[in-house]
Design a protein around this ligand. Structure first.
Ligand code: AHG
Ligand code: MN
Ligand code: MN
Length: 333
């Protein structure tokens, strides 16, 4: 029987990959794991507790109704970052503005974190998979000062680490520090994330496409063509067309495609001319993971990771997944 490797051990072992690392990134990743265990505990009981399930009665800066769990998860992560000492400021989907941490202690933090505390929140009440997505950058402002907007608006290529936690049939954390992608499953009996998916690779070609097809007539005609001709016809040598799978939680749709191979599309539409998904805390972290696993992430026009962000809650179209499938889709645009 092989030895169980916990996330904590794995992070510590990998610290040697960064010759000048002082352990702060390792501590930060561990803090994220702990916060997500606490959120996972709430998610697992959501249907039972009135203070967890349902709408909060407020809207966020993007005009979306906040769920109680959006706010619970947001606070849980923010508190963890505030007391951890590695982070000088954060930005999240649920906060209008970025949040520089005020204490002298926090101002010594080297990193900023941008995150979507609860992705797929419309799925909470119907007991369908949801997640947390995070992106970590080294600050560009001086150590000891207050975090700035420039710290937050860095191109995805500058990410030091990125990952997500999926609260699915089991809870999993998947992350990269730019040296491959590894996945850990939470063993609820010992309360530890354990290495279950080492060195994850996205199949170059898959047979799953994920798009909200309700949007097919209000987006670029090339997408309709791609879906109609490539996804919904029987490819040469195959027995059936691709399978359409759309969960409506980006993180869950992405995770399935990472494992099985597939493409995920959220295009610009006449309703959301810039796309719906947010560059900084949805697209960039998943793009980093996709590329590390051998996949591609594009807006249709450019590589997601190359975009120089202009706004905190900036939206972009997203084509992400298996290399050959995304290339094929882009060729139809
Ligand atoms: P969030 O719950 O963080 O606001 O994100 C919702 C996103 C994403 O998770 C999902 O893939 C997409 O919105 C679904 O949008 P549609 O309902 O328009 O398909
Ligand atoms: Mn989201
Ligand atoms: Mn969210």
């Amino acid at each position: 029987m092989s030895k169980v490797v916990t996330l904590h051990e794995f992070i510590m072992n990998r610290q040697a990959d960064f010759p000048y690392a002082s352990g702060e990134l390792s501590r930060l990743l561990n803090d994220i794991a702990i916060a997500s265990k606490i959120v996972s505990k709430d998610v697992r009981r959501a249907g039972l507790l009135e203070n967890i399930l349902g709408a909060q009665g407020s809207t966020n800066v993007q005009g979306e109704e906040q769920q109680k769990l959006d706010v619970i998860a947001d606070n849980q992560f923010i508190n963890m970052f505030k007391v951890g000492g590695e982070v000088c400021g954060i930005a999240s989907e649920e906060n209008d503005d970025f949040m520089p941490f005020e204490s002298d202690f926090s101002r010594q933090g080297k990193y900023v974190v941008l995150f979507d505390p609860l992705d797929g929140s419309s799925n909470i009440d119907v007991n369908v998979s949801i997640g947390t997505i995070f992106s970590i950058y080294r600050r560009v402002s001086d150590l000891g000062t207050k975090a700035t907007l420039d710290d937050m608006l860095q191109a995805g290529t500058e990410q030091v680490a990125a990952g997500y936690v999926l609260y699915g049939s089991s809870t999993m954390m998947v992350y990269t520090t730019g040296k491959g992608v590894n996945g850990f499953t939470l063993d609820p009996y010992i309360g530890e994330f354990c290495l279950s998916h080492p060195d994850m690779k996205m199949p170059e070609m898959g047979r799953i496409y994920a798009m909200n097809e309700g949007n097919v007539n209000i987006c670029d005609a090339g997408i309709k063509e791609y879906i109609g001709t490539k996804c919904q016809q029987i490819p040469e040598g195959a027995k059936r067309p691709y399978s359409g799978r759309y969960i409506g939680s980006l993180v869950a749709d992405f995770h399935r495609n990472l494992i099985k191979g597939g493409i995920y599309i959220y295009p610009a539409t006449t309703v959301d001319p810039e796309g719906k998904l947010r560059l900084l805390y949805e697209c960039n972290p998943l793009a980093f993971i996709a590329e590390q696993a051998g996949g591609i992430a594009s807006t249709g026009k450019e590589r997601i990771l190359n975009i120089k962000p202009e706004r905190l809650h900036q939206r972009v179209p997203l084509f992400i997944g298996s290399k050959q499938m995304v290339e094929q889709a882009l060729a139809c645009l």
